[in-house]
Design a binder for this molecule. Structure first.
Ligand code: C2E
Ligand code: CA
Ligand code: CA
Length: 709
């Protein structure tokens, strides 16, 4: 019984041990093949077992680990974690999880999430700890990135994420702050809700092209807030692509640059504009002047620089105070700007010094000088008017110095110096005046100004006289005359029209003068009609463009003719091509009207203008007058001869008579005659003559022809 009992005990133990072995190898097999890492540590925290799953991860095999403290492999910051967990488990707590960084063989760390559980003996005491661990480095990294992304998403910049079709999916707080749209307002809408309307389709097409090509676009763009305000933003759009390379989303990041822009403008204003008058300052003037110099060289047009300084400016500061002085300067600035074209520059250099820069004046220096002078006169007149300064009426005058600039001349600094010098001369000469830097310019302009004043009185004082230059036919018989003005200047003697007609045209004095000539001509025709020797003569009168341009010009002429009772058929009006070019339709209408009233029209200086055959045909002309320049060379220059010949041919084909002016020699007359030209005017026959001389000439011619008859 005992025996059998002993045998049974032994068998039972063997059986038990085999089962235990089986169980252990089963668990070992499980542990060895489990994809999670499993380790077993004693209560000191030393490794008893490490499953192979951890070898590739940390690079350490069990030989390197068994017997070593597990916490030695934890990151220094988490080294106390495991011993604490062991203490807790020994103290009775169940499963514990802990997350820590575990060192790898190469010195790097990986995040692991670990479960720890106690293994108990029969008596229920914890003898070992089983650790199962999982590598969570990837998850941690993604979490971290998401956390960063989420923080970044709520940054200062406005962000908007849209689907590939432009539908807004997500916006951040800054987006709401900047645009005024809450997420709920815009999610599901198209990004185009923000459009300001300030950019055209081409702008957006270029933007999307760029994104298509490079994946991003960046630049300044105007968008519209919910409030309707338009604002500038700096925007970066980035396309987000999926694994297949197709665009899945767009990310727009923007900053509101309203303040930035305002600051930019403010900086520009401070740097380039005078704070008091808001006019360009010296620096900006410098820039513009440099450009103007280059522009003048390209276009070949003159420009002018005017230096303007107020006379006695100090007085207002001293008597009324500086703020009144400032007020005067502001008013002067306004008046200066009102006196020039928008394209001209008015600048303030400081104090009471202003500069006006005129561009695109005439190509000719003298003409440009007159134009500059005209502007200077306008400025003088504008600044001379009293200024209302508070309760005071302040009178001020300027002194102006002018320097002309064109091609290759003077630098910016030289020009400013020249104009400044000229201004000082003007001041020395008694203020309230204009002075050119160039002495020659100064004297021409001065002479012209004086002449303009004197011409004004010439009509009333009877200083104007009409001379008559004979016109003859191919047989030398007198057919008519051209009325040519002369001015008997009390000091200068006889002034030729080339000197005073342009001034009369500039000052509109040509209107009363032209009318006076017309009156004289009509009166003369009436008197001639009574005399045998002059009855058949025509009289040509020159008409300036500004006369012809008057809307009631035709009525004036016809009125004059009728008032005198002159035969309109004997009156020829000489027009130049420039008159027609102004407004060809208006010119044609006026000419038709005149023709309908029996007047003749002659096209003066023909060949020098831009006459095109097309419009010549539609003009109701009676005569073409070959310009003197072709006549002068007609017998020496084949080209001039060809032109004269063409004009004659043209006239004949249009049924017009053709007269050559400026015929001085017999050979000129003969060549012209051979081309078919039938009428002549020139020194060869007679110079322009005073009336009495002309009438003698006419009687003389008549005598000859009557004798012939
Ligand atoms: P125009 O109409 O071409 O007049 C012809 C000019 O040629 C006249 O100059 C005349 O004296 C000059 N001339 C005539 N024959 C010869 C010649 O054989 N050789 C040379 N070298 N010159 C000759 P003038 O009288 O000095 O007039 C100049 C211009 O003044 C005229 O040119 C005309 O455009 C303008 N003018 C003259 N009188 C009047 C007028 O009453 N009203 C207007 N609006 N303009 C006038
Ligand atoms: Ca003429
Ligand atoms: Ca002429």
């Amino acid at each position: 019984m005992k025996m059998s009992l002993a045998i049974d005990d032994a068998t039972e133990r063997a059986l038990f041990e085999r089962k235990l072995q089986e169980s252990e190898s089963r668990y070992r097999l499980l542990a060895d093949n489990c994809s999670d890492m499993i380790a077993c540590i004693d209560l000191e925290g030393r490794y008893l077992y490490v499953s192979p799953a951890s070898y590739p991860l940390f690079g350490q095999t069990d030989c390197e680990l068994i017997g070593r403290r597990a916490s030695d492999f934890a990151h220094p910051e988490e080294r106390d974690l495991l011993p604490a967990v062991i203490r807790d488990i020994v103290g009775g707590s169940g499963v514990r999880t802990l997350t820590f960084r575990r060192a790898c063989k190469d010195g790097s760390y990986r995040w692991v999430e670990s479960r720890a559980q106690g293994v108990r003996d029969m008596a229920g005491r914890v003898t070992q700890i089983i650790l199962t661990a999982r590598d969570i480095s990837e998850r941690r990294k993604i979490e971290e990135e998401l956390r960063i992304a989420a923080t970044a998403f709520e940054a200062q910049q406005g962000l908007v994420i849209s689907a590939a079709d432009g539908t807004i999916l997500k916006v951040n707080k800054a987006f709401t702050e900047i645009t005024g749209y809450a997420a709920a307002d815009v999610v599901g809408q198209r990004a185009s809700v923000l459009k300001s309307g300030r950019h055209n389709d081409a702008f957006f097409r270029a933007m999307w092209d760029e994104i298509g090509k490079t994946g991003t676009w960046r630049g300044e763009i105007w968008n519209r807030r919910k409030s309707g305000d338009v604002f500038p933003e700096y925007l970066i759009i980035t396309a987000v692509r999926g694994p297949a390379g197709d665009v899945t989303h767009y990310v727009g990041a923007f900053t509101d640059i309203t303040e930035h822009k305002a600051a930019e403008r403010e900086i520009e204003r401070l740097a380039f504009y005078d704070p008091l008058t808001r006019l360009p300052n010296r620096r900006l003037l410098h820039d513009r002047l440099e450009q103007a110099l280059a522009g003048a060289a390209r276009s070949n047009r003159e420009g002018a620089l005017m230096f303007i300084d107020l006379d006695n400016f100090k007085t207002i500061n001293d008597t009324l105070g500086h703020d009144k002085g400032d007020e005067l300067l502001c008013q002067v600035a306004e008046r200066l700007q009102a006196s020039v074209r928008r394209t001209d520059t008015v600048a303030r250099l400081g104090g009471d010094e202003f500069v006006v820069m005129l561009e695109d004046l005439s190509c000719g220096r003298t003409e440009a000088a007159h134009q500059a002078r005209a502007v200077a006169d306008k400025i003088l007149a504008a600044l001379r008017k009293p200024h209302q300064i508070g309760t005071y009426e302040w009178e001020s005058t300027p002194s102006i110095g002018i320097s002309l600039f064109k091609q290759g001349r003077a630098s910016v600094e030289d020009l400013l110096r020249e104009a400044d010098l000229a201004m000082y001369t003007a001041k020395n000469e008694g203020r309230n005046g204009v002075r050119f830097f160039d002495p020659e310019m100064q004297s021409t302009v001065l002479a012209r100004t004086t002449l303009a004043t004197e011409l004004h009185d010439a009509v009333e004082r009877g200083q104007l006289e009409v001379f008559y230059q004979p016109q003859v036919d191919r047989d030398g018989a007198l057919t008519g005359a051209e009325a040519l003005l002369r001015w008997h200047h009390p000091v200068r003697g006889l002034v030729p029209p080339d000197e005073f007609i342009p001034i009369a045209e500039e000052t509109a004095l040509i209107l009363p003068i032209g009318q006076w000539v017309l009156e004289m001509a009509c009166a003369r025709l009436v008197l001639w009609a009574d005399q045998e020797a002059t009855r058949h003569l025509t009289l040509s009168v020159n008409v300036s463009a500004c006369q012809f341009r008057q809307s009631d010009f035709v009525r004036q002429v016809i009125g004059t003719v009728e008032r005198h009772g002159a035969d309109p058929g004997k009156l020829k009006l000489e027009l130049t091509e420039s008159v027609l070019l102004d407004d060809i339709n208006d010119a044609i209408a006026k000419m038709r009207d005149m023709k309908a009233h029996g007047l003749s029209i002659s096209l003066d200086d023909f060949g020098t203008g831009y006459s095109s055959l097309a419009y010549l045909r539609s003009l109701p002309l009676s005569e073409l007058k070959i310009d003197r320049s072709f006549v002068t060379d007609v017998h020496t220059d084949p080209q001039a001869a060809a032109i004269a010949k063409t004009i004659v041919f043209l006239g004949q084909s249009l049924g017009l008579s053709v007269i050559a002016e400026g015929v001085e020699t017999q050979s000129q007359r003969d060549v012209l005659h051979s081309t078919g030209c039938a009428d002549f005017q020139g020194y060869l026959f007679s110079r322009p003559l005073p009336l009495a001389d002309f009438e003698n000439y006419a009687r003389h011619c008549h005598g000859i022809s009557s004798k012939d008859g």
